[in-house]
Design a protein. Structure first.
Length: 343
């Protein structure tokens, strides 16, 4: 379209030129226009050839991409078919394993029910306690390991930061006289504060003064956050244990006798000490029978022997003596200082 429009413009320009100029000038103008027309045709042909080459290249690339896409689709289809081949067998195997597991769980539940129905109340409570301990043991062991590691790292941190926080002056700067005495007193006080101070106090002191206060300030913030998390974890563990014991107390009511106690009845085997705790075993010690005295002489000798074997108390002698000893002591003459051992 553009080339045709240019040709028409050139033709119109040629007609105008021919009508305005002479024959020689018109011939030269026509020749120039013909040369220009040939150049335009050559340029248009070059553009057409370049566009054709670009179109052929695009078609070739499109065909190669289509072939690669078709190959990828065939590979995906083959992989899906290969994966879906053993899927029904795997599904059947999983279903069979699930059925076996359900049957095993049902048998175990029936067995536990039979054992629980045949066992006594005390045995059921012991089994419940054992189950609770088995449930608590893994997390308690892991928490104990973590706490042990935390304590070890905290001890190492205290060994590092405590001397830096409460460090004493060096022996070179002590000098002599009052300066040395002041340095030694400061060193003793620093050691005492170092032993009694916690890691938080040491880090806070280092974050308030010293060339590394900014670094120790960040460390102190991290340590405070860790302490806050540990405190929250302890509170959460306490609440969990409290709720677990309350749940056990509601599930297993305490064993009490509805009938009034008899005179010669044996004491109860279980006793409830707290409202939210399960009943525990009652501990009792045998009462030793006391023998009767055979005669008054035997009673007197036994009383004297008991007085001799009576353990000494921490009370002063003036408080533990009777009135006769007081009177005897009052009638005695005062002793001299050399007799008392004060000279």
């Amino acid at each position: 379209d553009d080339s045709g429009r240019l040709v028409l413009q050139l033709a119109a320009q040629a007609d105008r030129t021919i009508g305005q100029k002479s024959d020689g000038a018109a011939e030269r103008a026509v020749a120039a226009l013909e040369r220009r027309l040939e150049e335009l045709r050559l340029e248009e042909g070059e553009r057409h050839r370049a566009a054709e080459v670009q179109r052929m290249r695009s078609e070739f690339e499109l065909e190669s991409l289509s072939a690669r896409a078709a190959e990828a689709e065939r590979g995906e289809a083959e992989a899906a078919m290969a994966a879906a081949g053993p899927l029904p067998a795997l599904q059947a195997q999983v279903a069979a394993e699930e059925r076996e597991l359900q049957e095993l769980e049902a048998r175990v539940a029936e067995r536990e029910q039979e054992v629980a129905s045949a066992a006594s109340q005390q045995e059921r409570q012991c089994r419940e306690w054992s189950r609770m301990l088995s449930e608590d043991r893994p997390e308690h062991v892991s928490l104990a390991i973590v706490e042990q590691g935390c304590d070890r790292w905290e001890q190492r941190l205290h060994e590092i930061v405590a001397p830096a926080a409460f460090g004493a002056s060096s022996s070179a700067s002590r000098g002599e006289g009052l300066g040395r005495l002041d340095a030694e007193l400061h060193e003793l006080g620093g050691r005492r504060r170092e032993k009694g101070a916690s890691c938080a106090e040491c880090l806070r002191k280092l974050s308030e003064e010293g060339p590394w206060r900014l670094v120790f300030g960040e460390v102190y913030e991290a340590y405070a956050l860790a302490e806050k998390l540990r405190k929250g974890n302890d509170e959460l563990a306490g609440e969990a244990v409290k709720l677990r014991w309350r749940r056990l107390g509601r599930a297993m009511p305490p064993v009490v006798d509805a009938a009034p106690p008899r005179a010669n009845a044996a004491p109860a085997a279980m006793v409830v000490t707290q409202p939210h705790l399960p009943p525990g075993p009652r501990f009792s010690a045998p009462v030793l029978a006391k023998g009767r005295a055979r005669s008054s002489s035997c009673a007197g000798s036994r009383r004297r022997r008991d007085d001799d074997e009576r353990p000494s108390t921490a009370m002063p002698t003036a408080v533990t003596t009777d009135r006769s000893d007081w009177e005897a002591g009052r009638r005695e003459t005062p002793k001299q200082p050399q007799d008392r051992g004060l000279a």
